[in-house]
Design a protein around this ligand. Structure first.
Ligand SMILES: Nc1ncnc2c1ncn2[C@@H]1O[C@H](COP(=O)(O)OP(=O)(O)OP(=O)(O)O)[C@@H](O)[C@H]1O
Length: 728
C-alpha cells in the first residue's frame, strides 16, 4: 500500500474545514490504492522535478504531491497541501524534492522562492558593524556551514549577519526543519561535530545511488528529515492531521535525539536528563508507544510522581495514539499509566501471598494490616513523645523522616543494633552511638504508633511492595518508564527495580535534578539501578522563549546540583528555539498594590487570550492562592484556584508552584516573590542545620520550576523586600 508523508506545508494556502475534509478523503483513498482513476494523479509537463504530481480533491482544488517509487518499494506520496487548480500547477512546476548532497537529508526546494521568509529583518548595518558576527567569533565560516554541514547558502549568509545568539534564534524560528535546529545548537557554542552527531549526520557524504528514488526514500527516513516530513502510520493519524488540523508538533516531529531515545533499545536501565521543557515527557510517551507496538502483548508501565502528573500522561498518551492498547490491571498486556504510589497500592492489593513476610522484613514484628496511610503529623507526635534525648540540632520531623527514608528503610533496618552499624552516606551529619540511640528511640515510637493504628506511610508501602515482588515468581511488567524521576525516594526506586526483571529495555528514567522539589537527593546506584554509561541529556528547550529560559537558568546559579548518578548538572547548555519579551519584574510597596498589579497584568493578558486558562498565576502556598483569587475577584478579574483537580477551561488559573510541576501556560505571573515567602520561612524553620542547604536548594528548584512554566511571557511580582532567590 502507498505510504503517505506529510511534507512541509508552509507554502500552501489556508483552507477551510470543508476543503480539509475533502483533502482527507483524497489522501485516505490514495493511501488505500493509488491507481483509482478518480484520484487523477497527474504528472506536470515541464516541471523542475519529474516526481511532482497533482491530484484531484474536487472540481476546484488540487493537491500537490511528489511520487517516489524505488524499484522494490510501494509508492511514497509526499503531500505539500492543496491549491486552486491553476495555482497548484504553477506551484508544482517549481517544487523539487531532493537529497541534500552534503548530508543525505531529504529537502524541499521551491524555485524562485526565498528559503527564509522576508519577515526576517537582518540587523541593520550600523549595528552589525559594531559587533563581529557570533558565528565568526565561534570560528565558523559560510563555506563550512554550506559544504560541511549542508546548510542552504542563503541561510548561512543570513546567519553571518547576526551579531548575537538571540538574532540567530529569530532567524532559526523562520527556517523550518533541521537547519533551524542546527543554527540554535551552533549559536549555543556546540561544535560542528556535536551538531552533526545530534542530527545523525554521517561524516561521509551520501554516494550517488543506482536507484535515485530508493535513495530519496532513505533520505526521507533520515532522523533529521523527519523534523519536516511526517510518516503517517494510520487513517486516524491522517484524519487528525488533515481534517481536524491537529498537527501537534510534539506528536509528529521529534528532534533526532528525542527519536533516538524514544526508539533505541538498551541492555539495561537508561536515564534521560534534561532541563525543563526539553521534551523528556514527550520522549517517555513516544517510548511507551514504541515499546507497546514493537512487543505486542508486552506489559508496559508509564509512571510518575503523583496522580495529577499521571492523569496528564494518560491524556497525552491517548492523544498520541488513541489505538494504543491500554491496561487497567497490573500484569495485563498494554500500557498501564499510574502514579508510583498508586502502583505500589495496586501491588499490595493484588498480592496477599508474601505480604506478611514482607511487612516483617521491612518493619519487624507487627500486624500485617497495611490498609491505611500514616497520619502526616506522625513524626511530630513521635518526636514530642520520645524525642527528649535527641540533641537539639536533630529535633526536627524533617530530619527524622529523611533519616528514616534514606537510611533506615532502604537498608531494612529493624533493630537498634542494625541502626548503630549502618552506613549513612550523604547524610551530611555524623551520628555517634548515643545520638543514634536517641534517633532510634523516636523511630521505634513512630513504628509502634503506626503498628497500633494499622497504618504505613508511602515509603514503607513501597519498600514492602518491593519485597513482595522480589519474593514472587513473576514480575508484573516487561518495561517500566518513569517520568519526574528526581522526586522519587529510595523505596520508590527499590520498588520500581522490583517491578521488572533485569534485561533489555527494563527501565527508562526521565529526570531533571534542577526540578527536585519534593524528596531528598538520591543516588540510583545505591538502590540496585545500575545505569553504567547509559545516560544522555536533552538540551533544546521547546517550551520557553530564550529570554525566559535565560532568566530561569540564572535562578539556579551559585548552587551546585548533582543528578541521580552523582554527576554535576550544568544548566548553562540549555537553549531555546524561540524568542519573546524579557520577563517583567513588578515590585510593589504593599500587598494591596501587588494585588492591583496582578489584576492589571492578568487583565491585560486576558484582552488577547482566546483561552483564558492558558494564563497561570503561581504562588508559594495554597493560602496565598485563595487570597489572591478573592483579591482578583474584588478587582473585576474572575480567576480559579486549582489544587488537585484538572484545570477547567474559561478562566485564568491560580495554583501553587508545586501543583504547576509538569504543566505549562502561555503566560505566567509568579505572585508573592517576597523575601519571607521564597524560601518559605516555614520550610526552613522545620529543618535542622544539616538539611538546611538541601531545603534551600529545593526552594530554588521550586522557583526554577515556576519560571519555566511560561511559554511566551513571564512576570514576577512581590511587595516589600524581594526574595533572595530571584537573580539580582
Ligand atoms: N519535538 C517537539 N516538537 C514540538 N514541541 C515539542 C517537542 N518536544 C517537546 N515539545 C513541547 O515542549 C513542551 C515541553 O515538553 P515536555 O513537557 O515533554 O518537556 P519536559 O522536559 O518533560 O518538561 P518539564 O521537565 O518541565 O516537565 C511541550 O509543550 C511539548 O509539547
Amino acid at each position: 500500500m502507498p505510504q503517505i508523508i506529510l511534507g512541509p506545508q508552509q507554502h500552501a494556502p489556508q483552507i477551510d474545514g470543508s476543503v480539509r475534509g475533502k483533502a482527507y478523503n483524497f489522501l485516505a483513498k490514495l493511501a488505500e490504492n493509488d491507481t483509482v482513476p478518480g484520484l487523477h494523479i497527474e504528472p506536470i509537463v515541464r516541471s523542475v522535478d519529474p516526481r511532482v504530481r497533482t491530484g484531484r480533491v474536487d472540481s476546484f482544488w488540487r493537491a500537490v504531491l511528489f511520487k517516489v517509487q524505488g524499484r522494490e518499494q510501494d509508492a511514497i506520496y509526499v503531500y505539500l497541501g492543496v491549491w486552486p487548480h491553476d495555482e497548484a500547477t504553477e506551484f508544482a512546476m517549481r517544487a523539487t524534492l531532493q537529497v541534500n548532497p552534503v548530508n543525505g537529508i531529504a529537502e524541499l526546494l521551491i524555485a524562485d522562492a526565498p528559503v527564509v521568509p522576508s519577515a526576517f529583518a537582518a540587523p541593520s548595518e550600523p549595528q552589525a558593524a559594531l559587533t563581529e558576527p557570533l558565528f565568526t567569533r565561534l570560528g565558523l565560516t559560510v563555506d563550512v556551514l554550506v559544504n560541511e554541514l549542508g546548510l542552504d547558502t542563503e541561510v548561512a549568509e543570513l546567519a553571518f549577519e547576526c551579531g548575537e545568539a538571540d538574532e540567530i534564534t529569530e532567524l532559526a524560528e523562520l527556517v523550518t526543519g533541521w537547519q533551524g535546529v542546527a543554527l540554535i545548537d551552533l549559536s549555543a557554542g556546540r561544535s560542528l561535530e556535536q551538531v552533526k552527531e545530534a542530527l545523525a549526520i554521517d561524516e561521509a557524504p551520501p554516494a550517488p545511488a543506482a536507484d535515485p528514488d530508493a535513495q530519496l526514500a532513505m533520505a526521507l527516513e533520515h532522523p533529521a528529515a523527519r523534523l519536516q516530513f511526517a510518516f503517517i502510520e494510520d487513517d486516524e493519524e491522517l484524519r487528525r492531521a488533515i481534517e481536524d488540523g491537529d498537527f501537534a508538533a510534539w506528536r509528529i516531529f521529534l528532534h533526532p535525539e528525542q527519536r533516538k531515545y524514544a526508539e533505541r533499545s538498551w541492555k539495561g536501565p537508561f536515564r534521560l536528563s534534561g532541563g525543563a521543557g526539553t521534551g523528556k515527557t514527550v520522549v517517555a510517551l513516544h517510548r511507551a508507544r514504541t515499546l507497546a507496538r514493537k512487543h505486542p502483548g508486552a506489559r508496559v508501565l508509564l509512571t510518575t510522581f503523583n496522580k495529577t502528573l499521571a492523569d496528564a500522561l494518560q491524556r497525552d498518551l491517548k492523544l498520541l495514539d488513541s489505538a494504543l492498547p491500554m491496561s487497567e490491571g497490573l500484569g495485563e498486556p498494554g500500557v498501564y499509566v499510574r502514579g508510583v504510589d498508586a502502583t505500589v497500592r495496586a501491588v499490595l492489593q493484588s498480592r496477599s501471598a508474601g505480604l506478611e513476610a514482607a511487612v516483617a522484613g521491612v518493619l519487624g514484628p507487627r500486624t500485617a494490616d497495611v490498609g491505611r496511610i500514616t497520619d502526616r503529623n506522625a513524626w511530630r507526635d513521635a518526636l514530642a513523645s520520645d524525642g527528649s534525648e535527641l540533641p537539639p540540632s536533630l529535633r526536627s520531623p524533617v530530619f527524622l523522616q529523611a533519616e528514616y527514608e534514606l537510611i533506615v528503610l532502604p537498608n531494612r533496618v529493624k533493630t537498634f543494633e542494625e541502626y548503630a552499624r549502618v552506613r549513612r552516606p550523604g547524610r551530611g551529619i555524623a551520628l555517634d552511638r548515643s545520638a543514634r540511640a536517641a534517633v532510634w528511640k523516636v523511630i521505634s515510637a513512630y513504628r509502634l504508633n503506626a503498628s497500633i493504628r494499622g497504618t504505613i506511610d508511602f515509603a514503607e508501602a513501597a519498600a514492602i511492595a518491593a519485597d513482595v515482588l522480589d519474593a514472587a515468581e513473576r514480575r508484573p511488567f516487561d518495561h517500566v518508564l518513569v517520568d519526574e524521576g528526581q522526586d522519587l525516594g529510595p523505596a520508590h526506586w527499590q520498588f520500581l527495580r522490583a517491578l521488572v526483571a533485569d534485561g533489555d529495555d527494563d527501565l527508562f528514567i526521565a529526570e531533571d535534578s534542577h526540578q527536585r522539589i519534593y524528596g531528598n537527593r538520591v543516588v540510583l546506584g545505591r538502590y540496585g539501578i545500575k545505569i553504567v554509561g547509559r545516560s544522555q541529556r536533552l538540551r533544546l528547550n521547546y517550551r520557553t522563549t530564550a529570554q525566559n529560559l535565560r532568566y530561569a537558568v540564572s535562578v539556579l546559579t551559585g548552587t551546585e546540583f548533582v543528578d541521580l548518578e552523582e554527576q554535576a548538572e550544568d544548566a548553562s547548555e540549555y537553549r531555546s528555539a524561540r524568542v519573546g519579551p524579557v520577563p517583567r519584574l513588578l515590585p510593589a510597596t504593599d500587598a494591596g498594590e501587588e494585588f492591583d498589579t496582578a489584576a492589571a497584568v492578568v487583565g491585560e493578558w486576558l484582552k488577547d487570550a482566546a483561552t483564558p486558562e492558558t494564563i497561570g498565576v503561581l504562588v508559594r502556598t495554597e493560602q496565598l492562592g485563595e487570597q489572591l483569587v478573592r483579591g482578583l475577584d474584588e478587582r473585576g478579574i474572575a480567576a480559579r484556584f486549582v489544587s488537585d483537580r484538572s484545570v477547567p477551561t474559561g478562566k485564568p488559573v491560580v495554583m501553587t508552584m508545586h501543583r504547576a510541576k509538569g504543566m505549562e501556560f502561555s503566560r505566567a505571573l509568579i505572585f508573592g516573590a517576597d523575601a519571607s515567602a521564597l524560601p518559605a520561612a516555614f520550610a526552613l524553620r522545620a529543618t535542622t542545620e544539616a538539611d538546611r542547604a538541601d531545603v534551600l536548594q529545593r526552594e530554588k528548584s521550586l522557583l526554577y520550576v515556576a519560571t519555566t512554566r511560561a511559554r511566551d511571557e513571564l512576570a514576577i511580582s512581590w511587595h516589600g523586600d524581594v526574595s533572595e532567590l530571584l537573580p539580582s
